[in-house]
Design a protein around this ligand. Sequence first.
Ligand code: BG6
Ligand code: MG
Length: 218
Amino acid sequence: MKTYAVIFDLDGVLTDTAEFHFIAWQAIANNLGIEFNQEDNEQLKGVDRENSLRYIIDKGDVVISDTQFNDLLAEKNNHYLTLINDINPSHLFSGVLPCFAALKMANIKIGLASASKNAHLVINKLGIEPLFDFIGDAAAVAHSKPAPDIFLAVAEGLGVAPENCIGVEDAVAGISAIKSAEMLAVGIGDALVLTQAELVFPSMSEFDLGKVLTMSAT
Ligand code: BG6
Ligand code: MG
């Protein structure tokens, strides 16, 4: 295949916001009397806000009203926004800027497919917003990851057929979304966890574009 676009996830691929999501969800869970640990947080990587809260409520087997549900979503997000307030370009994972520069040199478009409704804010704070050719809107897609919607919407926005796109993800739900979009999947993290990915790098600083393009050409 010929690669015309690489579409990146944000949280856990370009920067480490997982810890902030963890702190904010843990506060919500603990207030409900539910234990929430790092293992739970792992399960929620790539999962959108509503489904993350559903996971916590199901874990604790508590019953809450729709109003309470929405209040908790707002409370979690307000806490998260406070926690990410000081994010700046130094929070960008190393390897991201060289990778983007190599993609530009190769004339390959760069897209963003994040499940986060705060994605614009975060990439703005990281100083990388102008580097994207298209940024997906998590609020505008019908189904969240592991459904393919956000990756397909970004491919469309970039004007590139899905079969000419590569997706990059750190979460199992995200890799599933890429595969359902019929794109090639590159994982960032543990190859034993991201088993559906065609290629896995331990971190963005090890991302090897040459290897990715060779793999996609075969
Ligand atoms: C994903 C994160 O990128 O975005 C999840 O991996 C998070 O942890 C999800 O819950 C939704 O984020 P937000 O900012 O819309 O609450
Ligand atoms: Mg992620």
